[in-house]
Design a protein around this ligand. Sequence first.
Ligand SMILES: *Cc1c(COP(=O)(O)O)cnc(C)c1O
Length: 385
Amino acid sequence: MSGSAPLMIPFGRPLLGSEEKTAVAAVLDSPQLVHGPKATEFESAFADFIGPGAHATSVSSCTAGLHLAYMHFGIGPGDEVIVPAVTHVATAHAVEITGARPVFIDADSSGNIDLDAIDSAMTPRTRAICVVHYPGLPVDMPRVIRIAAALGVAVVEDCALALGGYVDGVHCGLFGDVASFSFYPAKHMTTGEGGMVVSKDASTVSSIANVKAFGYDRSLAERSIPGVYDISQLGLNYRMGEMAAAIGVEQLKKVPGFLSARRANMSRLREALSEVEGISLLPDGDSRRVHANYCLVARLEGDYASRRNDVLMALKSRGVGASVYYPVPLPLSSYYRDRYGARPESFPVAMSIANESFALPVGPHLTVDDMDNIATAVADALKGG
Ligand SMILES: *Cc1c(COP(=O)(O)O)cnc(C)c1O
């Protein structure tokens, strides 16, 4: 490949078209920029997409949604929440910000939280288990629900990477007590910044909807006397504005197409990489679990393991936007290590993923031909060429 022009394969790129632009322009021409009809429309369309029984309320980010979930359960100082070590820092910060302690669990070989390790991490202070469907592979939710029920704790699903992921035909987010989705630009769909809280329990969603809006006892539309309301709960301002919601309505219509492009890209990339020596791929879905295909994580094996950063730089020089999901096991990040003093030996799989893996894009901004080019670039990078 040396000598040929570099590829132009970014890790992620939002796909926004004239539909989103028209929808945002219509909001700008309307009298309502917040708590208007677009947020409501987006919430009900999103709940329909997730499936029967889903209720949804829009929020300013997935992180905000996770924070609201813990506030909803009254989780705070003295409490503990089980979280995976392999995840975005938001998963842990949303616990930490309440004053509770995130208790980190290493991954199993799939990259997801090791369910066998949960029992021994439980203490009388444990109030919830948070799972992340990483990097789109659904966690075995029926098993999580059995574990949580036996221990009497809540289940929070961080669904930031899980749009389009199913277990036994049920969408991720409908198993636990509360789920939070992300619409950050690199995710499956975007609203700029944004998120969605989902639950099977309508009263949970309506309570969270109040807390995301200062804890008002009634929404703008519910105020029979203009300007008159009471404050029934402690709350924040974690609302999604109308411009973001208008983008979300249009993006959601495109999600089925986005997901099938991701599926086609993922299967081509898996196949093209299957011949490449020196890597192993995190697993695909199986007969029960549909993978949400956020990205493909490859682990370097044997002598290659120590060369991860060289591989990233070689891919960069070829124009392939590889990344690392995630570059530090959270308990060993400076913040959490200083606070709770974890040791690397306690998180061998998370250490290996952080230091010996790289993530490749399969988003709908790319074609199956791009996948072949990525695979060639990976093979060349491993050869050190
Ligand atoms: C992106 C991400 C988040 C944060 O989402 P925001 O919408 O940016 O707050 C949380 N958890 C996981 C697993 C993520 O990948």
